[in-house]
Design a protein around this ligand. Structure first.
Ligand SMILES: [Zn+2]
Length: 273
């Protein structure tokens, strides 16, 4: 599942390749991935210039046109959504949308499970459609984050995944952050010192920054904008490594399920308190 670093890279690539270009055509093979009708979507964005790309958590918001007449298309890739640009690519049956710009190869939206959505929203920065989503994980300040989290009784693993507290962390980077901070995934935030929580947030931001630099992590069928896999996977310390030795201490990494999500941790480096 694409997480914040993968979405950030898609956004940067879209902006880098398409900024200032006018969307000439939108081909729709499966309208179910659109939040509005094909007609309404085309009317809002076709013939208009891409003027901005914003990311909030795992959402990308593409802005077409300017100021009060601007239209905003919010992209949520969910489980298996992909946006990519490839020369000589023959779209398969999973390509639901194709965007044509004058000075770029076609941009495809592909989604095997069709859970992703592209929805017209009312604002680029704070769309009302995602008012329930917390501040972006990369931008949230410690005091704000701490206030949202510190009184909660659930395991820290579940709370870091809670997009209402802060948006963008998913299973991969939560496991990595907790390992780097030396915190057991079942620990309750109320049992942790403020300085430890400060470290969890800092490690979370650090690991995502690093993943962004490496083009994200590739799992299942997620590939980045150019159809190439990200190469962060080989840098992962715990995620997907249950039963293997800890890269720091050699202990066998354990895998447990918390709130329906698998969690991998090192029993030595992340002791239970
Ligand atoms: Zn260890």
């Amino acid at each position: 599942m694409p997480e914040l670093p993968e979405v950030e890279n898609v956004g940067r690539a879209l902006w880098g390749n398409l900024q200032g270009q006018t969307l000439e055509r939108l081909h729709v093979n499966f309208a179910g991935v659109l939040g509005q009708s094909v007609r309404a979507t085309r009317k809002a964005i076709v013939g208009r210039e891409l003027t901005a790309v914003h990311r909030h958590g795992k959402y990308l918001i593409l802005t077409f046109g300017r100021e009060e007449t601007a239209a905003h298309l919010m992209v949520h890739l969910r489980m298996t959504g992909q946006i990519f640009i490839l020369d000589d690519y023959e779209p398969d049956k999973h390509v639901h949308l194709t965007f044509e710009f004058p000075d770029s190869p076609p941009v495809h939206y592909r989604d095997i499970r069709k859970f992703g959505r592209l929805t017209l929203v009312d604002d680029a920065i704070a769309p009302s459609a995602i008012a329930h989503v917390g501040p972006d994980m990369m931008k949230v300040r410690f005091n704000d984050w701490h206030r949202r989290l510190a009184h909660r009784q659930a395991p820290i693993k579940s709370l870091l995944l809670d997009q209402g507290i802060a948006a963008g962390l998913g299973n991969i980077y939560v496991d990595e952050s907790l390992f780097l901070a030396g915190v057991h995934p079942l620990t309750r935030p109320c049992d942790l010192a403020e300085e430890v929580l400060r470290d969890v947030l800092k490690r979370g931001k650090d690991v995502m920054r690093l993943a962004i630099r490496h083009g994200g992590t590739t799992f299942l069928n997620f590939t980045n904008f150019y159809g190439k896999p990200g190469n962060f996977k080989r840098k992962l310390r715990v995620y997907g490594r249950g039963g293997q030795p800890c890269r720091d201490c050699g202990a066998t990494l354990e895998k447990i399920v918390i709130g329906g999500r698998s969690s991998v941790f090192c029993p030595e480096c992340q002791p239970e308190i």
